[in-house]
Ligand binder design. Sequence first.
Ligand SMILES: [Zn+2]
Length: 59
Amino acid sequence: MPMVVASADVERRRAAVWMLLLAAVTFLVTFDQGALTTGQPLFHELFHDGRHLLGVPCH
Ligand SMILES: [Zn+2]
C-alpha cells in the first residue's frame, strides 16, 4: 500500500512541475515583452513569433 501512495505522490509532483513549466512558457510567450528576455534576442524573437502565431495582441 505505501508503494501506491508514493507513486501517486510522484505523479502529483510530476503534474505540478509540468503545470509550472506550462505556466512559465505561457507567460513568456504571451506577456513577456522583453522583461525576462532582454539581452537574449533569440528567445525574444522566438516568443514574439509565438505571440503572433497564437494571435495574442502585442503591437
Ligand atoms: Zn508583435
